[in-house]
Design a protein around this ligand. Sequence first.
Ligand code: GLA
Length: 393
Amino acid sequence: MDSSFPTVSELVAEARRLYGEEFGGEAPRVAACAPGRVNLIGEHTDYNQGLVLPMALPLVTVVVGSQTSGQDVTVVTTTKDADEPRRVNFSLPSDGSPLAPGSPKWANYVKGVIQHHRAPPVPGFKAVISSSVPLGGGLSSSASLEVGVYTFLQQLKQDDGDKVSKALACQQAEHTHAGVPCGIMDQFVSVLGREGHALLIDCRSLEATPVPLTDPNLVILITNSNVKHSLTGSEYPTRRRQCEEAASILGKESLRDATMKDLEEARARLDDVTYNRARHVIEEIERTVHAAEALKRGAYQEFGQLMVESHNSLRDLYEVSCRELDELVSAAMEVEGVFGSRMTGGGFGGCTVTLLQASATDRAILHIQERYSGTPTFYVTTPSDGARALSLL
Ligand code: GLA
């Protein structure tokens, strides 16, 4: 059963090799990496100023490269996407005018990060990117790319080192250059993730409380459905708008300030869909607080129960799940030793996250494989560190 993925050093070696090939045998001078994430609970709450409980993954995006003397940028990716070129060249505007998004799409993340870098202007550079975060799999491949590029650029041009501001700059890159009005969770945990801990992030105050997650008898299993429904693009901003509308009808700045009592009192003024969206968010924020407490106490059954409630709410009230994710969750829940399972990330495909006894891992993987109508990929993961510079010695 293969649930392995390349290590950071293997990704660096791959990127160095390609750098030599692409740039006439030269060696890159600096390197950085930034992780993808899995969210344990607290879904679609970040842009409502709520709480989330993600952890950084050992799946990372690596960037290696060197500063150049001019204004030119050349970036090559090792990721093969049949539809898009793997190499991009562009010039940094010398008059400070904005760097427009364009093609290939993956390069927009790089351009966005250059645009929002906190110590402009950044110099020209050449770089190679390699990643073990599955693309579009709901594990924040885009945030890991943004934060990886930002961390790489910090070595060419230092900023003040403020980590929360760095996460916010990367979120801006996603807003302006990828057109996704995402919350702060993915970039935040990719910057500030901590080995052996999940992070309880308050997306209003931008404060994070590390929650230890090192019990050797516990495993966090990620299952990639390997499907991605095209709805993702339009549905996310729609959900965001519906939440804002609900908050405004309730007379609140955001749904973070609303209680179920407020919602019930306003029931007559809300259509069913808006009511359901708001109910998911209000209850999910409560579940997240409760789940973080349960995790601190080692109450895994309780945590698992909350994960399943979260999934059901995402499926029925928020309507961001899909048949494949529901199948994966049901299959996981049939296995003895599984505490809980749910879809993770934006939805409409991507991955599920399952919390289980370590001794049940092989059994769970076999059972899910047998029951799932598609072809899943598995990752047995541990909470890892956030973005960091890497030594090339
Ligand atoms: C995506 C966004 C996040 C968050 C999740 C849903 O991953 O990038 O900001 O909103 O969806 O919880």
